[in-house]
Design a protein around this ligand. Structure first.
Ligand SMILES: Cc1cc2nc3c(=O)[nH]c(=O)nc-3n(C[C@H](O)[C@H](O)[C@H](O)COP(=O)(O)OP(=O)(O)OC[C@H]3O[C@@H](n4cnc5c(N)ncnc54)[C@H](O)[C@@H]3O)c2cc1C
Length: 389
């Protein structure tokens, strides 16, 4: 199909910025850029009919790191890099709440817990839990600027082990609580962002896959499955787990995350977000249903995939975890109503990659499984890097 003169002067006219990927990072970048300069001509290109990565397929936790996860991150990348990443997540969560009303995105701040089986069964030594809580509260509060009372920071994490029986868990010996965690409906957040940016003139082209691009002195020529190339002054790749397909030099590997949701469970005993095994397992209530996901570490090799199927191996591990740890002993096994997966972007460390790749070509990728929280700040950093005015 040859394009018309009208299409040439609109859809295919040169843009100020083309964003590849309509997930949280792409959308927040468009949102923040248009706040800065409403005259910018921005197009988002998305290969799916709806966003098809992780942003509408995750667990909807508004979290910034559990105790064991952050202690592991200190070992992996050092205290400074851990603090920097956690600050980006925490500030991102504040930005979401500044921009959108809780009702619009089903936001509830019911807090988050981390569950521990006990020293013998896992890598984390629970005898160190109280020391770790004290250490993290001390270093995080002044950096994150969390709420204060009488001039003193309130603790972020507390030891909540005495609540285990009330919550009905099995085989759990310790519990850490973080009252600053919340949960939301991630697809409602995507749609709210879409509505906000489209209302300001941002064009979103769905079913448009970027096949290749060529950087030149005046900008970038982008080849897609459409009938004419798209010209832009600058391009930002926000394809997270799929980033290597367009920019092979990046340290990003796809990591599939699998999830399921049960039928309603009468007398579900808990509310809020729950983490286990350094964040590899996560669950929350969705009304009185259970949403459970993770267990990627039960089959690392096969979960390093772009496939959006679910696997029997992981789904079975999740079902066992539900019956042996989450639901009270003797519970009837609930029916699983929905199973799905999404693609995360991981790498050697958990810091996002926000960098210039070629003249006029930039990327903001590798959200390391925390993109709900971190995306607004990644977007702001990408905009500064591109010197968008
Ligand atoms: C099961 C699961 C649970 C999770 N739980 C949480 C959680 O509770 N809290 C949290 O903070 N984070 C969570 N995450 C991670 C979070 O969802 C991601 O970090 C975040 O959505 C990444 O956003 P993004 O915009 O970088 O990428 P994506 O949302 O993956 O968006 C990238 C987009 O690029 C598109 N694309 C790819 N290639 C092309 C191309 N060539 N041309 C055009 N378009 C292209 C894709 O279709 C996709 O829509 C979870 C992820 C999964 C999978």
């Amino acid at each position: 199909m040859a394009i018309s003169v009208w299409e040439q002067s609109t859809y295919f006219a040169q843009k100020d910025l083309v964003i590849v990927g309509c997930g949280f990072v792409g959308l927040w970048t468009a949102y923040e850029a248009i706040q800065k300069n409403p005259k910018l001509n921005i197009t988002i290109l998305e290969r799916g009919v709806i966003p098809s990565g992780a942003s509408t397929r995750n667990a909807g936790f508004s979290c910034f790191g559990s105790v064991s996860e952050l202690m592991y991150d200190v070992q992996l990348m050092g205290e400074e890099a851990m603090l920097e990443t956690v600050k980006m997540r925490y500030d991102g969560l504040q930005r979401i709440q500044d921009v959108f009303k809780a009702k619009e995105i089903d936001y509830n701040q019911w807090g988050g817990y981390e569950l521990f089986e006990g020293a013998k069964k896992e890598a984390y030594d629970i005898s160190k839990l109280d020391d770790h809580i004290t250490y993290l509260n001390k270093i995080l509060a002044p950096v994150l600027k969390t709420p204060k009372k009488n001039g003193k920071y309130l603790p972020i994490y507390t030891n909540a082990s005495k609540e285990i029986n009330k919550l009905g868990f099995q085989g759990i010996e310790a519990l850490a609580y973080n009252k600053l965690e919340g949960q939301l409906n991630s697809a409602k957040l995507v749609l709210a962002l879409q509505k906000a940016v489209q209302g300001k003139g941002v064009q979103i082209l769905f079913s448009t896959e970027v096949k290749k691009f060529k950087s030149h002195a005046k900008g970038v020529t982008i080849t897609t499955n459409l009938d004419a190339p798209i010209e832009t002054k600058q391009m930002l790749v926000c394809t997270n787990g799929f980033a290597k397909l367009l920019i092979p030099t990046l340290d990003v590997v796809p990591a599939r995350g699998q999830v399921f949701v049960t039928e309603p469970i009468p007398n579900l005993k808990f509310k809020g977000c729950y983490h286990f095994d350094e964040g590899y397992y996560y669950f929350r209530n969705l009304g009185n249903r259970l949403l459970l996901g993770g267990a990627r570490n039960a089959d690392f090799k096969n979960e390093k995939t772009y496939s959006l199927d679910t696997s029997k191996t992981i789904q079975q591990v999740l079902e066992e975890f539900m019956m042996q740890r989450i639901l009270p002993k003797g519970s009837k096994k609930p029916k699983i109503e929905l199973r799905w997966s999404g693609t995360m972007g991981m790498g050697k460390i958990k810091k996002p990659i926000i960098e210039k790749v070629q003249p006029n070509v930039y990327c903001a990728v590798r959200m390391s499984g925390m993109g709900v929280a971190i995306a607004p700040i990644v977007a702001q950093k990408a905009i500064n890097l591109m010197k968008l005015k």
